[in-house]
Design a protein around this ligand. Sequence first.
Ligand code: ATP
Length: 593
Amino acid sequence: MEKIVSLCKRRGFIFQSSEIYGGLNGAWDYGPLGVELKRNLKNCWWRVMVHERDDVVGMDGAILTHPEVLKASGHVEGFSDPMVDCRLTGKRFRADQIPLQSGMVYSFRLVRDAIPPPESFQILAHIAAPYMTAGKKVSTDDAVEIGLLISDRHNLGLEVPTRDPKSVEDFFLNLGDSLKKLPDASIASLGDDFATSYAVSNRTLPQSQAFRVLVQRGETEAKARKVAQSFYRKRLKLPVLVGPFNPTACNDTREFNPENGAELTPPRAFNLMLETHLGAVADEASKVYLRPETAQSIFVQFKNILEVSRKKLPFGIAQIGKAFRNEINPRNFTFRSREFEQMELEYFCRAEQGMDLLEYWKEERLKFYENIGIPRDKLHVLTVPDDERAFYSKGTYDIEYDFPFGRQELEGVAYRTDYDLSQHQKASGKSLEYFDEETKQRFVPHVVEPSAGVDRTVLALICEAYSEDQAPDEKAKMETRIVLRFHPRVAPVKCGVFPLLKNNSQLVAKAKEIVSLLRPHMTVFYDESGAIGRRYRRQDEIGTPFGVTVDFETLGEKDAARRNTVTLRDRDSMKQERVAIQDLPAILRDRLA
Ligand code: ATP
């Protein structure tokens, strides 16, 4: 994956957003090639889902969304992820994304501090004077001895502690408490100081609270102790631990941080919506949301679009646009971002058609991915189990792809029943019913939704295209070649055009003529600098499927029959063929289709 991320930056596909200011987590900027790739993908989707169909129309809704829309849809109340925090590092995870782990769980508890911290020791020494010299470093034994001397001198009746750290700690806590109660005001106040400085931060941690660490196979108890020690050290100066007690075997748990074994907090709901305010006053009344999905604007405009398009069921409304989610843990490059684009179709139908259309759209969408160069064997259909599906959905498939970081969702295809339209009808008081002219029935349509992520698909295209092979360099020595094997349909640049030499005006003029010939049909990149092999290599690395080279034969210098022919090189096979310039547009258009 690192190689892919670095290529994306080096060649201008994807940059971190606000990079010169340290980056904005979860936001990405697409560079000159990235934007072409993204645009090609969106165009392919739009062509297949809208232009090539009679039963789908498009729309482009606002990102700023009225709060009532998202209240009715259930997002304000329920659009949340269960979130857990690592108790040691504070790192936040989505509870359902923690991998299942097994091992031994060790628990540790804190004995607050068997040795008084330096401040309290100074007070101790002061009270105990002349037995001690202030500032002298003492062992636990020394400290207990002084404490006992003080106890005797003031008749506090404290018992000699055992060697158990807990008993030592109790001894010092009792010492502080007893001193505070003495009638001698000066000692009582010193006792007060002692108790406070001895016990300071102890009070912030309930003593009974244990800290648990999961130790997986191959790890040791010492590791668990170290993790627990770091946890308590964040809270106390000199934590003394007891434990581990009750080591227990644990299978398939998600309660521990997979990175360090520290226990996680119980899951809490975390609303993913981003909000902003309209107008000059940032109060509750001016609050609007940045839409968390494009779908809701389609539902809210259902009636208007139905009227203007005069479509009959089943029919769909498609939209491509930005969506925003305050993801707890943006990661895996652009895979999980906070700002991303969706390509969504809401396909309205009668209730009885819902389940069949769910199957139909799943198959259509699989075909789509194959047509843009993602092979079927890298795609997987997950039937979302009943207990993980949205409560209103009667069936949901996730289309997943084998990313280098694991199998992950590219698209969800869900039968959402009539939930959304019914909710908006109820909340707005406006009818969102469909009237069937033939049967004279009036009803709220059901809907099947294929919802794909632009950024995730772009990432899948790049991951799928990335490859390394061996190719000869200038001196015919084999070297590693990085090549993005994009399907020509989505490749950012379709054809490179190269004059063999840049200082030959005839070659340059001819090459520029070819650029003008091809440009109305496709994206072309003209490159005259460097050795020809290097120029091919640069295009291979950005996935340009074809390269046209203008050489001396093109000028007809050797063989008049070859005048106005060029070499056409194929990126993947690296094979070259001789073709007439006038045939180039047709040949290339054919291969790009
Ligand atoms: P996930 O479980 O991965 O968070 P989701 O099931 O919440 O995804 P949906 O609400 O079904 O996602 O959104 C539809 C599509 O939008 C997803 O399949 C994905 O391609 C895209 N998408 C959703 N969230 C993100 C994100 N944070 N970053 C990039 N794309 C996203």
